[in-house]
Ligand binder design. Structure first.
Ligand code: ADP
Ligand code: MG
Length: 187
């Protein structure tokens, strides 16, 4: 499940962390991958010191992604931390062959261990975001009630059409809906 929006500051990180925590609290083995170089989710989950080795090694397959998984303080909730190196993600995906489903190959092995993978995404159109949009079974697009936010939503719809991405799986969620989710006692 990916939390994505072209716009920043709309509640992607807050919603992603809450949903992951809710799932884990219900006993669902959950892995959270923080793709944002700002690593805000990783801060919530108390591991904001980045990857142990370079993002380059991970994306190029020279280091197993599993080696970077951190246990969090919450049972059933593990984390792949955000890292400043992810700001070069598009270049890394390109150097690794530029496959549109490169991310799918990286996450596939986790299916054995986790029932839910939550992705927190940086706000832009990029090779990474296209990979994320392809790999997700469910796409949540937190949206705030402002004209530019709705414009970003329309731009995303256009992008899906142009790239032939699967549209039936996505959901727009208004940010205030996520307020209803219980606050996490962390951070
Ligand atoms: N449901 C919400 N209600 C009110 N404020 C929220 C809600 N979700 C997020 N915020 C606040 O909005 C700001 C941006 O949220 P964040 O999740 O970091 O956005 P993004 O990841 O899209 O950049 C933060 O200050 C956060 O605390
Ligand atoms: Mg964020």
């Amino acid at each position: 499940m990916a939390f994505y929006n072209l716009k920043g500051g709309v509640g992607k990180t807050a919603a992603a962390v809450n949903v992951a925590w809710e799932a884990a609290s219900s006993g669902v083995p959950t892995l959270f991958w923080d793709f944002d170089p700002q690593a805000a989710s990783s801060w919530y989950l108390q591991h904001d010191d980045g990857l142990q080795r370079s993002a380059k090694k991970l994306i190029k397959g020279r280091r197993p992604v599993g080696a970077e998984v951190r246990r969090t303080a919450w049972e059933y909730l593990d984390l792949l931390p955000g890292d400043l190196g992810y700001r070069h993600m598009d270049l890394l995906i390109e150097q690794a062959g530029g496959k549109p489903d490169a991310l799918a190959d990286l996450v596939r092995p986790f299916a054995e261990q986790y029932a839910l993978l939550v992705l927190d995404c940086p706000p832009n159109f990029s090779r990474l975001s296209d990979n994320i949009l392809r790999v997700s079974d469910l796409l949540a697009v937190p949206t705030i009630p402002s004209p530019l936010s709705f414009r970003a939503w329309e731009q995303l719809r256009e992008h899906f059409k142009e790239e032939g991405l699967p549209r039936k799986r996505w959901h727009r969620s208004f940010r205030w809906w996520t307020v209803a989710a219980p606050c996490i006692g962390i951070g």
